[in-house]
Design a protein around this ligand. Structure first.
Ligand code: F6R
Ligand code: MG
Ligand code: MG
Length: 364
């Protein structure tokens, strides 16, 4: 059975501030997707939130980039924005950068990760969702999952994974894409993946079969809007088990937290903390950035789940380490490298301050 899994997300208003989502907004989204399910457009759906981002997880048979599915997501976000405005939530409609829908939701603000595949006898899926960080945040974990044998032992000892994976990397500034094979081209691949604000890992494919293994959202809000409106807060779908990494191999990179861009005013480096659904609220210094992992089995397109995969004491040490990293970074206050370098800051008073002080600068 051919299934398309679409994960489309947007920040349509925060409660309180930019920390979390209001239950009425989530309820409104559920009602909208329930109607679409009754009408037969969706096979199934799951609505959740990560911080102030509303996540629409949908299964259907319309294929990727379906106008009907994208319009459903857009109309749902518009309906939820009305609820957010009524409650005077903060930043109501923040990520909806257009007045109207036009054929695709891409380029209008929301983040999109989609994949179409033939559902296996047992189709295990992990969906990562993040808040207070930028597209490209999945580069490091996806590399570890699909190319690092110290993370994924299946690359070494499982014959159906031993030939490796193919990585599709997007240059988000120039709108170009390139693919690399791992393990053969890992050094070339890493030059690009190591600069996640410019090069985002869009998709991963099983090399031998060409089957889709992972798909992430790479939309950059600031590039679309031409100014700071909020963080991308990306999502990522990963297929698991069999010829794909096991659930435990997919979650393993989060046991040693890495540092990402985002956090307060989208202008700081901070640790990406793996948290349970309940803890997906960005509070301290509007963060630190966090990620949740929702696990599903698919049954003829029906979403069996979600299992809250980071709700596990084996990630407690990672959370403690991430908090220690957060503390070290916070000590630097407005100094780099806690604060992002000027050219990467999406939120800065520098042009205004420079203009005001221009006449006081003298040649050296
Ligand atoms: C970061 C984020 C917050 C806001 C900050 C100021 O992605 O959303 O850190 O940037 O709370 O928000 P405004 O300008 O809406 O008052
Ligand atoms: Mg927000
Ligand atoms: Mg957010």
């Amino acid at each position: 059975m051919d299934i398309t899994l679409s994960v489309i997300k947007a920040d349509v208003g925060g409660y309180v501030g930019h920390s979390s989502s209001h239950p009425d907004v989530i309820q409104k989204a559920k009602e909208s997707l329930e109607r679409a399910k009754e009408q037969g457009l969706l096979i199934d759906y799951y609505v959740t939130a990560c911080g102030d981002d509303l996540q629409l997880i949908m299964t259907h048979q319309q294929g990727e980039d379906s106008e009907q599915i994208h319009k459903l997501a857009w109309d749902t976000f518009v309906g939820c924005t009305d609820v957010a405005k009524r409650l005077k939530l903060h930043g109501a409609g923040q990520d909806l950068l257009s007045d109207a829908f036009s054929g695709t939701i891409k380029g209008l603000g929301p983040g999109v990760a989609e994949m179409q595949f033939t559902e296996r006898t047992a189709e295990t899926i992990v969906i990562f969702m993040a808040d207070k960080t930028a597209s490209g945040a999945w580069n490091l974990p996806l590399y570890k999952i699909f190319a690092d044998p110290f993370n994924t032992i299946g690359l070494v000892i499982a014959s159906n994974m031993h030939s490796g994976f193919t990585f599709e990397v997007h240059d988000v500034l120039k709108s170009k894409k390139i693919t690399f094979n791992a393990p053969e081209e890992t050094y070339d691949l890493l030059i690009f993946l190591g600069s996640p604000s410019r090069y985002a890992l869009k998709a991963v494919y099983h090399k031998e079969s060409g089957e889709i293994a992972a798909s992430s959202s790479t939309q950059r809000l600031a590039l679309i809007a031409g100014r700071y409106v909020g963080k991308d807060d990306p999502v990522c779908i990963v297929r698991s088990q069999g010829k794909f990494p096991a659930v435990g191999e997919i979650l393993e990179p989060f046991a040693s937290p890495n540092i990402v861009k985002g956090w307060m005013r989208g202008s700081h480096h901070g640790p990406l903390i793996p948290v349970s659904f309940r803890e997906a609220r960005a509070i301290r210094f509007d963060g630190p950035p966090r990620a949740i992992a929702a696990g599903f089995q698919l049954a003829n397109g029906k979403l069996i789940g979600a299992a809250d995969l980071f709700d596990d004491p084996s990630f407690d040490l990672a959370r403690q380490q991430a908090l220690a990293m957060a503390d070290f970074l916070r000590r630097m206050g407005p100094f780099e490298p806690h604060r992002l370098p000027l050219e990467e800051m999406e939120y800065t008073t520098m042009p205004e301050v420079s203009k005001k002080l221009a006449s006081r600068f003298q040649n050296i």
